[in-house]
Design a binder for this molecule. Sequence first.
Ligand code: NCD
Length: 303
Amino acid sequence: MLSFRHLTSTAQITRADADLLLHTAREMEEMLSQGKGSDRMHGKILASLFYEPSTRTRLSFESAMLRLGGHVITADGLQFSSMYKGESIEDTIRVVARYSDIICMRHPQEGSAEAAAKVSPIPFINAGDGPGQHPTQALLDLYTIHKERGTLDGVHIAMAGDLRFGRTVHSLTILLLLYPNTRFTFIAPSELSMPPYLLELLHARKVPFEEKTSLQDGLKADVLYMTRIQKERFADIAVYERLKDAYVLRATDLKEKRLTVLHPLPRVMEIATDVDALPGAAYFRQAENGLTMRMALIALMLA
Ligand code: NCD
């Protein structure tokens, strides 16, 4: 049993929850690799609401429900929805909950997931709320680090790029605090550094971290987590233009290094395509892990 009914932030996830999710994701992966399906969610409906662009998160959520034998109904694009007419998030959720058994939602506004979960009579999952949180991405990132490195103990992770607006790094930082001896190197231009509330959290927990501005400082970590500069979150596009090429990882940077390279995708230009063939380039495997982790999450939240 998971300790939470709704999932809006990785701050809700306990070590027991994480262990159970990792274990269940592994079972799902085994089942799929044997060419088997499941009817565990037979007769159940996932409502997938995407009010902000998405490809892999949405498709992997929907594929996860279908692979579990359930059904999917979907609404996307703010401009085509009742929210565009002025309906509140709360009212949308109250209504959609009558048509489904579990809801996942992506919305451009930070805090929208909390507002939705508060009124949802059925399990609710945050699939990204603006620059806030993206807990299911963090879970699949965790699963990927475990698979790639064989352990979650003593991981030194470097996160690079847009640490201010990138929600995936916010969620993953909190989640990794469940494991002993995690160390962080945060690499960002000063305008895009980690939000102070997260640095204060690390401070309070006595977790070692350093803040750097050069990508070279990330190459000595075990895991390098690259992120896209989040163009859509900039109030001033000139600032984006100035920062967009801040970091580009190339195959030559990784020579003789045992570095696992992750990226939530989509990548724009922060990882050159010549990195893709290196054994440590794990970002496409990472995206694949999204399916099994979301199968595990849905199955456990509806158990
Ligand atoms: C991320 C997101 O939406 O936050 N993408 C994803 O879910 N795989 C990262 C991003 O958009 O840069």
